[in-house]
Write a protein that binds this ligand. Sequence first.
Ligand code: PGA
Length: 244
Amino acid sequence: MTNKYMYFVANWKMFGDLRTLNTLKKVITFVKKFKKKKFKLIYCPPSTLINPLSKMFKNISIDVGAQNCHSNANYGAYTGHINSKMIKGVGAKYVILGHSENRQLGENDKLINSKIKSAIKTGLKVIFCIGETLKEKRKKITKKVLANQINKGLNKIKNKKNILIAYEPVWAIGSGMIPKESDLFKTINFIKTKVKGAKVLYGGSVNNKNIISLKNIDNIDGFLIGGASQNSNNLIDIIKKTYN
Ligand code: PGA
């Protein structure tokens, strides 16, 4: 059983519309009643739902985050983009940056670094994602890859207190596979030695079954949950089991 303050980040990706919000009523009831332990639940829906969700969570300690933002905190001619100020303005407190799905679409470490700087300056908290591909894991260069992502992504950022790191092996995302407990413990430790004092979350195929073993890895400070977070019952189950 864990006694730690844990973060649960629900990453909805490109799923959900206004009707989906009805399914969150049970999550609100659960959070109100579940006084067992201190934890922070953060919903990161598509941008279209940031404002409705913030309103829905007005009187309850569930926070809302965005899944990405532009690196320029000012208005500008960037068709299709939104910036950190705009998402903060509609209620977001967090933003996920460096997610592998966006890295795969061409976001590089330099761009991610400028996005992080912009988000921090605006007063958002950042969930900074890092992780190795299967090929890199097989080549046994996971540490090198992570160190590189950390060094470049956090380049010239002195105050890291508003940055949570999410370790998400690319091969574990949406695949049903998770790292071995001992590997995960070591990797999280490695990240914590690179970024002193950092809270490190794990993400990649977290569900209400494997949480039973994941929660035993005691250097993990929380979970970034994709697929399983779209179902309120599953998400509630994950939180409950973390504390059982
Ligand atoms: P998953 O996604 O839980 O569906 O694997 C995690 C993520 O991409 O953040």
